[in-house]
Design a binder for this molecule. Structure first.
Ligand code: GDP
Ligand code: MG
Length: 441
């Protein structure tokens, strides 16, 4: 897949702004990638539309191809959608004992995840955790949790045969209170498919303990099915987050995108193996790369962009520090300012740049002046631009005429250029120039 994508992207090597066609060609492949990663059709369609709107017309950075740039935009948009909670790994467990309810289909990884999270809470946050199995359906399900508890040194509620799930939940609550536990985790029974009884049972347990977190555990390999399951569980029981398991397998992570787009529920953790420490907090960035199957390309694009920016800034800074700020540089700055929304855009920038903007505004510069000044610089000869000291009176008249403007306006520009060159030199010595430049590219 990656090969096919880069093949298409290699063809898009033109420079300039991204054209409609560039974007369309690249996105056709991205769409296929999404569908292959098991993203549902409507979600993929909406996604492509959003990216198309964002990408068309964007200026292409020099050392990367338009295709790579589209990939970058796609990646950023994926990450944007996938980002849910600011801190997905922070479980709400104040007011001890805090109940955490684990729900999901049979075999999704509930029991394993319960133990994984208990271990995490114990080791990372120093919490005292009590685990209770409410799985009265499957033989040995309770013993399974008990064994895991023994492995991680976390207590489990003593097993009493014949109790129903609600009675076990209530006993866990009492025991957690009496025993001074911070958290009690309820591992419920699952079914192969969602049915009335499963939902009714989970709802009854929910009502008995009012969980602080209801975590839905879904198998990340089941793709679109996982999304339907999540939707149903959330409708009927209400979930506060999703744990995607088996993300160590070859599932492409498309379920994560659909899940987030369709249910709006944050993905909090991902299971990445059978071992009890094989759980990670959800990182949109990683899943985004995985969905596209082209994490390398994205990294390359980012690297390229950074390099160009750093190189450009470095080169200019060196010149400015030496006081070599000529009319070409000024023109570039003026154009940059226009691109950034003129004087007003400048004001909101980094401290150094804002100061520069203010000085220019004080000198009576607005956007139309920016354009006139660029016209003046354009009508200078190459030599004059490189060395503004050459601008004698006779030359000035010719330049002003060439731009269709008054000599007085050119004089203002020359004065301003001198002031800026001086300022650059001073700022360069104090290191402030570097600050200001950061905002300029
Ligand atoms: P439950 O029926 O929902 O309680 O599921 P279990 O916790 O019993 O897990 C079912 C199987 O899936 C077990 O063999 C687990 O070891 C395995 N499993 C759970 N989570 C993961 C995971 O993140 N990755 C892998 N590879 N296996 C997992
Ligand atoms: Mg289980």
């Amino acid at each position: 897949l990656s090969d096919r994508l880069s093949g298409v992207f290699d063809k898009l090597t033109k420079q300039g702004a991204l054209s409609d066609d560039d974007v369309k060609t690249a996105l056709r492949e991205v769409r296929v990638a999404l569908l292959e990663a098991d993203v549902s059709l409507p979600v993929a369609r909406d996604f492509i539309k959003a990216v198309q709107d964002k990408a068309t017309g964007q200026a292409v950075t020099k050392s990367i191809t338009p295709g790579q740039q589209v990939v970058k935009i796609v990646h950023d948009e994926l990450q944007h959608i996938l980002t849910g909670d600011e801190d997905p790994g922070a479980l709400k467990i104040d007011n001890p004992p805090a109940p955490i309810l684990m729900v999901g289909l049979q075999g999704s990884g509930k029991t394993t995840t319960t133990a994984k999270l208990a271990k995490r809470l114990k080791e990372r946050e120093g919490k005292r955790v009590l685990m209770a199995s409410l799985d009265v359906n499957r033989p040995a399900a309770m013993e399974q949790l008990q064994i895991l508890g023994g492995q991680i040194g976390v207590d489990t509620l003593p097993i009493v045969k014949g109790e129903d799930p609600v009675a076990i939940a209530k006993r866990a609550k009492t025991q957690a209170g009496l025993g001074g536990y911070d958290v009690y985790m309820l591992d419920t029974a699952g079914r192969l498919h969602i049915d009335q009884e499963l939902i009714a049972q989970a709802a009854a347990v929910r009502d008995a303990v009012s969980p602080r977190e209801t975590l839905l555990v879904v198998d990340g390999l089941t793709g679109q099915d996982a999304v339907n399951v999540a939707q149903e569980f959330d409708d009927k029981i209400g979930v506060s987050g999703v744990v995607l398991t088996r993300m160590d397998g070859d599932g492409r992570g498309g379920a994560a995108l659909s899940m987030r787009a369709i249910t709006g529920k944050p993905i909090r953790f991902v299971g990445v193996g059978e071992k009890l420490d094989a759980i990670e907090t959800f990182e949109p960035d990683r899943i985004a790369g995985r969905i596209l199957g082209m994490g390398d390309i994205v990294a390359l694009v980012e690297k390229a962009q950074e390099t160009i920016e750093a190189e450009q800034a470095e080169r200019m800074m060196k010149r400015f520090q030496k006081g070599r700020f000529n009319m070409n540089d000024l023109k570039m700055q003026l154009e940059q300012m226009l691109k950034m929304g003129g004087m007003e855009g400048m004001m909101g920038m980094m401290p150094g740049a804002a100061k520069m903007g203010k000085q220019m505004a004080a000198a009576g510069m607005d956007d139309s002046i920016l354009k006139r000044q660029i016209a003046l610089i354009n009508s200078m000869t190459k030599k004059e631009r490189a060395n503004p000291d050459l601008l004698a009176a006779s030359r000035k008249k010719r330049i002003a005429k060439g731009a269709g403007l008054e000599v007085s306006e050119l004089n203002k520009l020359v004065k301003q250029h001198r002031q800026m060159a001086d300022m650059m030199k001073k700022m360069g010595k104090g290191g402030m120039l570097k600050q200001a430049m950061k905002g300029m590219f």
